[in-house]
Design a protein around this ligand. Structure first.
Ligand code: BJW
Ligand code: ZN
Length: 281
């Protein structure tokens, strides 16, 4: 069904079959087929703001109301979205390959909703559905809060696409934003913004897994591999001798050492939602 040379496809499938220690790095392109926008490129704008500029502590501090409406909208979209066939194919791979670990940069929880076992997936940029207090002295956190809208003022009027600047945004007073039940400070999404550390528990778990031995196969799925430390796990797998398979609808950036592929690696170009279920079956 796919336009991939047969021997290329077969060499990948054979290597996959003989692999036990498989690492994956997931990015936004994995959820593209579910309708979740990516960060870089054409889809990466929200009300004319570059999504990567909104994903910063500075953007939140400058205008918490705007930032919260951005996250509320993305929570709403992620909840409406359904896991696609690639999410499901990876969940099934985890059942077949108990040592498989997927590092996901995605915060949409679609892999988890596709029943990817928790022991085979490690999120590193948090979740849209985890909420924490902005007060550094307060420990309040909410895990898997799927309430939508989080506060009454976040209710959308009709089906207005508030990511489009032509629809008016509500002017929300700070008091009406999500507040901490313990200390009344502002709450924030428990996601990892630029300049913030990836949670230590996530880093530790990945390092423990890497210490477990040589990586047979590294799957790089729908990520621009421009964000650190995530991108570095590709390198970490490669230096143990892993062969690398990249799945992306765009050519890898060959000027970057991280995404420069070698003779023994594979690049599958196209929609991950189509190719992944085909090559993992
Ligand atoms: C398809 C497809 C389809 C489309 N099928 N494919 C200079 C050098 C090196 C590092 C730094 C530096 N300056 C600053 C840094 C550090 C910084 C960093 O990496 N910056 C670089 C951008 C330069 N990193 C950090 O700040 C990290 N923290 C840190 O370093 O802490 C240090 C520290 C230690 C101790 C104390 C304090 C600090 C944190 C990074 C957090 C990233 N967070 C975000 C936002 C999360 C919240 C939110 O979503 O709002 O995570 S940014 C954004 O990028 C998000 C994503 O997870 C992440 C990666 O993006 P991804 O998934 O790759 O998406 P895209 O859009 O870039 O790519 C999609 C790809 O899919 C494309 O290739 C498409 O072609 C493809 N595609 N459709 C297949 N259908
Ligand atoms: Zn608090």
């Amino acid at each position: 069904t796919l336009d991939i040379p047969l021997d290329f496809y077969v060499s990948f499938v054979e290597h996959l079959k003989s692999s036990t220690r498989i690492l994956a790095l997931f990015g936004a392109g994995l959820s593209a087929a579910s309708g979740v926008p990516t960060f870089r490129g054409a889809g990466g704008f929200w009300r004319e703001h570059d999504a990567t500029e909104l994903a910063t502590p500075e953007a939140f501090n400058r205008d918490p109301s705007f930032a919260w409406q951005f996250y509320n909208h993305r929570r709403h979209l992620a909840l409406k979205a359904k896991p696609n066939r690639a999410h499901v194919a990876f969940a099934k791979l985890a059942d077949k390959k108990p040592e498989f670990l997927a590092i996901t940069q995605n915060i949409d929880m679609l892999s988890q909703r596709a029943k990817h076992p928790a022991e085979n997936i490690q999120p590193i940029h948090g979740s849209l559905f985890d909420i924490k207090c902005t007060n550094p002295l307060c420990t309040h956190v909410e895990i898997e809060n799927f309430i939508d809208p989080l506060v009454p003022d976040f209710e959308f009027t009709g089906e207005n696409d508030i990511s489009d600047v032509k629809f008016p945004l509500k002017n929300m007073p700070l008091e009406s934003l999500p507040r901490c039940p313990q200390c009344q400070s502002l709450l924030r999404p428990a996601v990892v913004w630029f300049g913030e550390p990836v949670p230590m528990a996530a880093i530790d778990r990945i390092h423990k897994w890497l210490d477990g031995g040589k990586v047979d196969l590294m799957l790089v799925v729908g990520t621009s591999a421009k964000v650190w430390p995530a991108a570095n796990y590709i390198h970490a797998a490669r230096v143990t001798g892993a062969r690398i398979a990249v799945f992306n609808n765009d050519e890898p950036d060959l000027d970057e050492p991280i995404t420069r592929l070698r003779e023994q690696d594979w690049f599958f170009q196209g929609d991950a939602g189509v190719i992944i279920p085909d090559v993992l079956k």
